[in-house]
Write a protein that binds this ligand. Structure first.
Ligand SMILES: Cc1ncc(C[n+]2csc(CCOP(=O)(O)OP(=O)(O)O)c2C)c(N)n1
Ligand SMILES: [Mg+2]
Length: 555
């Protein structure tokens, strides 16, 4: 009778889900999973900190649409990964964390690295469980995937005790769900009557405004959103991973006038992003406006703010269906809201004009806006932009425009510093033909920066830029404005670290930049080096983004 181990069954289930790489840091509890991965041809990428493994799985989930998988050992391996799982939870990313555990036969006896992992993970996952039997290993991995992809996606956690992973069971005793046979499509459009209502609302609207968020990318709804915007002639604002849905310069794409539009609009449609702090909990929308919310998650619709209409389902499929429903009702195509679009375009131009001097500033230390402007100029259609930092990334939000959807990555609403290197790793492993540029804050880079070495070891070239103000500057602003200079510069100043030298020490490419004219050439040399790189850019510590100055994140 053929036998198979629990660890090998785990790998079989990963393979059936289309997982081709796991992110891990080794530990005695989990080695049988490695053995299974070798047998199944799944790549093993080993990092230097479990937080990075979890963030990389989060990144993999965002980029591929398939759950990313991190495998970490029991106890500290699992607790180190908590932040990565939590980040994926708030960002609604599908991922699976597998944690080791002491042998079931020694349950509660005080085995090495024993902790109540499932209890720890419960509040930050959609599903968390122990695997109680080797024959259930593949079955429970597929169960975890189904739960991770249920509605708006999120992380799942499985704890697998060492004796369960190591034990061998007869092959015919183990359930191994077949590829494509244990999950359903979630591409629903909700109530068809509501599709008609929304089409009607938008055709009759005078000043509509539409915001598309990360779920649009999760649903791969780019084409539907483009068709929706063009058919209904509505302005589209893009958020999170939906940035790039319309390329820069598109007549329906707007970046600077969101607040202006939300203050004046008569119909506002919010797609795939919750009314959380980024939206002022829904309070930054004109009171009298008709507000429509479309989301994958039933629990998000109507939360924090009353709405006129809610639709739940695949947000791309819904936008496509609304465009179809509207097509027959529109007279002259493309002219439905021409005056309103022209008004927004003029306002947009005014705002761009106003900050132009800072974008072009020759000041030293370098103005942060000059740095992000240079980065925006440098991006190609195939550059994935990753923001990992405080104020420097807030600056970039108003300037950097990715040329394609899914080419903007930020932590999401948990605001976790330290995602950058891991997201770059996930990107270069899954789409090596794409360039990756990460903008780090100097504080953020330090949190997980040792995995720069992993990028070197696996030959994963990327362009890293450290906006170096030797401070945790986004927090420093709030402290100074509240307590004054004397008591405000507390616990927020960092040393002047030469991150370019850190890169070269680890076998990468590095340059130090203090003159703004050198930013562009340094970026190009980093691109040409074909190595993981860090350009250390010394920026002005006393320039703050308007978002930080208004402390909008705390309002
Ligand atoms: C893991 C984590 N710790 C702390 C914070 C709080 N925080 C938000 S922004 C910020 C400062 C970031 O500094 P840096 O990365 O150097 O960027 P800068 O603001 O200086 O541009 C801090 C500490 C956080 N968001 N995440
Ligand atoms: Mg800083």
């Amino acid at each position: 009778m053929d036998k198979i181990s629990g660890g090998h069954l785990v790998a079989k289930a990963l393979k059936n889900e289309g997982v081709d790489v796991i992110f891990t840091l080794c530990g005695g509890h989990i080695i049988e999973i490695y053995n299974g991965c070798i047998a199944e041809g799944i790549r093993i990428v080993d990092v230097r900190h479990e937080q990075v493994a979890a963030h990389a799985a989060d990144g993999y989930g965002r980029i591929t649409g398939r759950p990313g998988v991190a495998v970490v050992t029991a106890g500290p391996g699992t607790t180190d990964a908590v932040t990565g799982v939590a980040n994926a939870f708030r960002a609604e990313t599908p991922m699976l964390l597998i944690g080791g555990q002491g042998a079931l036969s020694q349950h509660q006896m005080g085995s090495l690295q024993d902790l109540p992992h499932v209890d720890i993970m419960k509040p930050i996952t959609k599903f968390a469980s122990t695997v109680p039997d080797p024959a259930r290993c593949a079955d429970m991995v597929s169960m975890a995937f189904r739960e991770a992809l249920n509605g708006a996606p999120g992380p799942a956690f499985l704890e697998i005790p060492r004796d369960i992973l190591d034990a061998e069971v007869p092959v015919e005793k183990a359930r191994v769900p077949a590829p494509g046979a244990y999950r359903a499509s979630g591409k629903s459009i909700g109530d068809p009557a509501d599709i008609e209502r929304l089409a009607d609302l938008l055709v009759k609207a005078e000043r509509p405004a539409v915001l598309v968020g990360t779920q649009l990318w999760t649903c791969r709804g780019t084409e539907a959103a483009r068709r929706f915007a063009r058919t209904l002639d509505v302005p589209l604002f893009m958020n999170g991973a939906a940035r790039g849905t319309l390329p820069p310069g598109d007549p329906h794409g707007f970046q600077q006038t969101r607040r202006y539009a939300f203050n004046k609009a008569d119909v506002i449609v919010i797609v795939g992003t919750p009314f959380d702090f980024r939206m002022g909990y829904g309070q930054r929308l004109r009171k009298e406006a008709t507000v429509v919310q479309i989301d994958m998650n039933y629990g998000t619709v109507g939360k924090n703010r009353d709405i006129s209409l809610g639709l739940v389902g695949d947000v791309g499929a819904i936008l496509g269906a609304v465009a179809d429903a509207a097509t027959g009702r529109i007279g002259k195509p493309g002219a439905l809201h021409a005056d309103w679009l022209a008004e927004l375009r003029a306002e947009e131009a005014k705002l761009v004009e106003k900050r132009l001097p800072s974008l072009k500033s020759d000041a030293q230390p370098i103005h942060p806006l000059r740095l992000v402007h240079e980065i925006n100029e440098f991006l190609t259609e195939d550059t994935v932009y990753i923001g990992d930092g405080g104020d420097i990334v807030t600056f970039s939000g108003g300037v950097v425009q990715p040329r394609s959807p899914g080419h903007w990555m930020d932590p999401g609403p948990l605001g976790t510093l330290g995602v950058g290197t891991a997201f770059a790793m996930a990107s270069k492993l899954t789409q090596p033909e794409k360039e990756v540029l990460v903008l780090f804050g100097d504080g953020a880079f330090g949190l997980t920066g040792w995995d720069f070495e992993t990028m070197v070891r696996f030959n994963l070239p990327f362009i890293g830029v450290v906006g170096n103000n030797s401070a945790w500057n986004q927090i420093r602003f709030g402290q100074i404005s509240r307590y004054g200079e004397d008591k405000g510069n507390v616990a927020n100043l960092l040393g002047d670290v030469r991150f370019d030298q850190f890169a070269t020490m680890l076998g990468g490419y590095g340059e130090n930049v203090e003159d703004p004219a050198d930013i562009g050439p340094a970026l190009r040399r980093a691109r040409e080096s074909g190595k993981p790189s860090l350009i250390n850019v010394v920026i002005d510590r006393n320039a703050f983004s308007s978002g930080t100055q208004n402390q909008t994140m705390y309002k």
